[in-house]
Design a protein around this ligand. Structure first.
Ligand SMILES: CCCCCCCC/C=C\CCCCCCCC(=O)N[C@@H](CC(C)C)C(=O)O
Length: 342
């Protein structure tokens, strides 16, 4: 089954080089909200179908295409409904291919050639609301601590105390082992001997946001709200924090660590949504899905070695775990380090 999604996140009018829904082509790039996530995959799938129909191609086995319309808000009415329908028909899938990792060109420090990473798992996620309620008042008679001050201190503690570096206990280690030959000396020796060098490698990886994201559960403060008037101390302050959970941890473990780090009963913690990291799909030589994908990637990006990786974002494919144990996340485009913020 091949998945992609049609929806995009909202586009604020300001801050764009070109209008966000123009799809303008400039210097070999298509600009527009959702170009990478996930219009490129949608168009790729549709163009491939069109081409196969034109050529009268007859596939050896049947396959499904699933185009969701609400991936960016968790896929409740798109991917989840598709899964329900397939389950009601008793369908089992050989493998699922969805958006995800890509051909990374200059993204992994120390690796010269572009490398194709297939996401064989994806991180879990937990989103929390932190709320502080304190008596409101006039700014002329402020108390020692306000709801805003208490919440800011809690959020700051979370940022200053990241969750532990888990490198070596998760599937990201397999990625570096498989790519060891792509690094120059002495990194190639270190990557091939992680049993010895993982303490050093783990420290290096946490220095940049993209590689830090694969060694630990990350903490991102995404919403912060309080106050409406400059001379009024507000009753309530609220922040939203999103954690992406490393495959070696669970929602429960992360929640326990967060409670200990905040360690302030005035901060009420509520869970908005959560799910554990996804199971690791097989990537051995006998696995049909992984091998098919690897062969196909080689036929298009011939210079790129292929390795399994951890998808740091979440995809609709996570809803398909009861239909197959083989779920792969790969978007067929090259990504450079400057593209990571796009
Ligand atoms: C050693 C360095 C490795 C660094 C790897 C970094 C490569 C980054 C490449 C791709 C990023 C993965 C993106 C996956 C698709 C994410 C789609 C998305 O945004 N999904 C939402 C879903 C949510 C349920 C709303 C999300 O926020 O994750």
């Amino acid at each position: 089954m091949i998945l992609a999604h049609l929806d995009v996140v909202p586009a604020p009018p300001e801050g764009w080089d070109v209008p966000p829904f123009s799809g303008e082509e400039r210097d070999g790039y298509i600009y527009g909200r959702g170009t990478l996530d996930d219009k490129s995959c949608v168009i790729g799938v549709l163009q491939a179908l069109e081409l196969m129909l034109k050529r009268g191609y007859k596939p050896k086995r049947s396959f499904y295409i699933g185009l969701g319309h609400d991936e960016e808000v968790s896929g409740h009415n798109g991917a989840m409904k598709i899964v329900e329908r397939l389950q009601s028909r008793g369908v089992k899938l050989l493998f699922v291919l969805d958006e995800g990792l890509a051909v990374l060109d200059g993204v992994i420090q120390g690796v010269k050639r572009p490398v194709a990473l297939i996401g064989t798992t994806e991180k879990g996620s937990i989103t929390l609301n932190l709320t502080v309620n304190q008596p409101p008042g006039h700014s002329s008679m402020p108390p020692e601590e306000t709801s805003i001050g208490i919440l800011s201190a809690a959020v700051s503690r979370l940022e200053r105390n990241p969750l532990p570096n888990m490198f070596g206990v998760g599937p990201e280690a397999s990625m570096f082992e498989q790519l060891a030959g792509e690094f120059a000396f002495p990194l190639n020796v270190m990557m091939a001997n992680l049993w010895l060098f993982s303490p050093i490698i783990s420290r290096v990886l946490e220095r940049t946001p993209s590689s830090n994201a694969i060694v630990r559960t990350t903490t991102a403060i995404t919403i912060f709200n309080a106050g409406v008037k400059s001379n009024v101390i507000p009753r309530m302050a609220r922040a939203t924090v999103n954690f992406r959970i490393h495959p070696g941890q669970t929602v429960t473990e992360v929640l326990d660590i967060v409670r200990n780090t905040i360690s302030d009963e005035r901060v009420e913690i509520s869970v908005l949504n959560s799910f554990d990291p996804l199971p690791i799909s097989p990537f051995d030589e006998s696995n049909f899905g992984y091998q098919t994908l690897q062969r196909t990637i080689h036929s298009v990006f011939s210079a790129a070695p292929v390795a399994p990786g951890v998808c740091i974002g979440n995809t609709d494919s996570r809803h398909f775990v009861n239909l197959t144990d083989s779920i792969y996340r790969f978007s067929p485009f090259k990504m450079k380090s400057e593209d990571l913020s796009r």
